[in-house]
Design a protein around this ligand. Structure first.
Ligand code: FES
Length: 121
């Protein structure tokens, strides 16, 4: 039986510093994936923890991300992404984007939204 992924909690919004990001793991399209979960005020965005440049993880240590002034910086070669959109604005994969995973904040909990094809593919 397929689990109801729409109910899967990832983390508490309060556990993410505003303007920062944490790691969460979730089943996405049948695979356990590491996700970067970014907070902007009362909203959250999630992306696969995979850089489109060379497929490396974005974090410099497990679950530790370089996030500053609304940008996410890949620890491998410095590609810079707009945190709200996932668009690469600078670096070796400029014009590409992070693969977004739909999430929703419900009652202070960041949850996977209804599963649908990932954007940016
Ligand atoms: S793998 Fe991210 S910039 Fe190269």
């Amino acid at each position: 039986m397929t689990p109801d992924l729409s109910a899967v909690p990832l983390c508490l919004l309060a556990d993410i510093p505003d303007g920062g990001a944490v790691e969460a793991e979730a089943l996405v399209q049948g695979e356990v994936e590491s996700l970067l979960v970014y907070r902007h005020g009362d909203e959250a965005r999630a992306y696969l923890n995979v850089c489109p440049h060379a497929g490396r993880r974005l974090d410099y240590a497990p679950g530790r991300f370089l996030v500053r002034n609304g940008t996410i910086i890949c620890a491998a070669h410095g590609a810079t992404f707009a945190a709200d959109s996932g668009d690469c604005t600078q670096g070796p994969c400029r014009g590409d984007r992070l693969r977004a995973v739909p999430v929703a904040v419900v009652g202070g909990v960041v949850r996977l939204a209804a599963e649908k094809p990932l954007s940016g593919t």
